[in-house]
Write a protein that binds this ligand. Structure first.
Ligand SMILES: *Cc1c(COP(=O)(O)O)cnc(C)c1O
Length: 397
């Protein structure tokens, strides 16, 4: 197998096309799909060496697979991480990153504004196995400090957070983690590898749902955990091999091909999101529009320090609560009602009745999720067509 060596210092656009490519003896131009659950050995002795770890090579797709390995290597290069492990879904990646690090008696601190399922893992599952957890207002560094206990092992956050787009000072929280002898995990889905580098800001581990911008076309589920070799070796490698949330080679192949166009898509979608944010921020039907690329974002100073561009998402709070939000969503003709994000298709979500439905109203409000809040994931359509769509739907409220 041929693994071309790339020069150092390449840009994301180049890395996302070339990094990690492995070519078989046929020297195929496009990445091959190795749709195989396992591999055969030349001899019983070779099989023994592979299992003992004395010889490099593939064994079984729950452990690794050539197509999945290409995807992992490309994502690691893009993120500037030493190592990566792909998983079946984003939630499998989040769960591995958290559960892989803790045992009964340990403690986890997490920001309260999290993707619904992430919060479920922190709040419901970890305590069931004797791992206590504390949720804090992630924007307040003193709240993180106050929550630290001697047995705190992991700090976890999402920034910008889903769906409110509030932003957390990653370097600040990383310093608190280091001081406490704990490790910081960052869910970087909303920022994408293009606009934010949590490892460079001091985080120990980054996770993605690759279902979102990486696939970017609404087809496959996937996730990935990225960190140092030491971190992956100590906390993630064995957990994933033995519990089995492996990424399918087929999904890895789809995602590899998607990576080729990902920077192009994210740049265009971010530009369109910025245009729409500026156009609708002061619209009379909009109570508040939150966009990480605008100077009126509540944490604009932190964004300037830790992000190189905004996001492909907008948080739009409408006057008139759920009724207004529903009228707005039902009147859209281009943006569709769905729960994915980062897709080529613009998608609109009402978090209070979908992704965050299970929370009590007061819990939702504590996360900043008002009944009138709508999350818009901006796609690849022409921004003028999207602006007309939003204008029409706002008029229909
Ligand atoms: C979607 C999402 C996840 C979960 O990913 P799945 O691929 O749906 O399992 C986790 N975190 C964030 C921020 C997400 O948006």
């Amino acid at each position: 197998m041929d693994q071309p060596r790339l020069p150092a210092g390449l840009h994301p656009e180049t890395i996302s096309i070339h990094a990690g490519t492995i070519r078989s003896q046929f020297n195929e131009a496009s990445e091959a799909l190795f749709l195989t659950q396992g591999h055969v050995y030349d001899s019983a002795e070779q099989c023994e060496r592979r299992f003992a770890g004395d010889e490099e090579g593939f064994i079984y797709a729950r452990f690794s697979n050539p197509t999945v390995a290409m995807f992992e290597a490309r994502m690691a290069a893009l993120e500037g991480a030493q190592a990566a492990r792909a998983t079946a879904t984003g939630m499998a990646a989040v769960t591995a990153a958290l559960v892989g690090q803790v045992k009964a008696g340990d403690h986890v601190v997490a920001a309260r504004a999290l993707f619904g399922s992430c919060r479920y893992v922190v709040e419901e599952f970890l305590p069931r196995y004797g791992v206590a957890s504390t949720l804090v207002d992630g924007r307040n560094l003193d709240a993180w400090r106050a929550a630290i206990r001697p047995e705190t092992r992991v700090l976890f956050l999402e920034s910008p957070a889903n769906p409110t787009l509030e932003v957390i000072d990653i370097a600040g929280v990383a310093a608190i983690a280091r001081e406490a002898g704990a490790r910081l995990v960052v869910d970087n889905v909303f920022a994408t590898p293009l606009w934010q580098r949590p490892l460079a800001l001091g985080a120990d581990c980054v996770v993605y749902s690759t279902t979102k911008h990486v696939d970017g076309q609404g087809r496959c589920l996937g996730g990935i955990v990225l960190a140092s070799e030491a971190f992956i070796g100590e906390h993630i490698h064995t957990y994933l091999r033995q519990t089995g949330p492996a990424m399918s080679p087929f999904n890895a192949w789809v995602m590899l091909k998607s990576l080729e166009t990902m920077p192009l898509r994210i740049e265009r979608q971010t530009r369109s999101a910025g245009l729409l944010a500026d156009r609708f921020a002061d619209h009379p039907k909009v109570r508040r529009l939150t966009y990480p690329g605008r100077p009126d974002h509540p944490q604009a100073d932190i964004i300037a320090r830790q992000m190189t561009a905004g996001s492909t998402l907008l948080a739009i709070e409408l006057d008139g609560g759920k009724a207004a939000a529903f009228r707005f969503m039902n009147a859209l003709r281009i943006a569709r009602i769905s729960n994915n994000l980062g897709d080529a298709k613009s998608l609109v979500t009402h978090p209070a009745t979908s992704t965050h439905q299970r929370f009590k109203p007061e819990e939702r409000l504590a996360m900043g999720i008002d009944e009138g809040l709508v999350r818009l994931s901006v796609g690849l359509e022409h921004p003028d067509d999207l602006a007309d769509d939003l204008e029409r739907a706002l008029a229909a409220i």
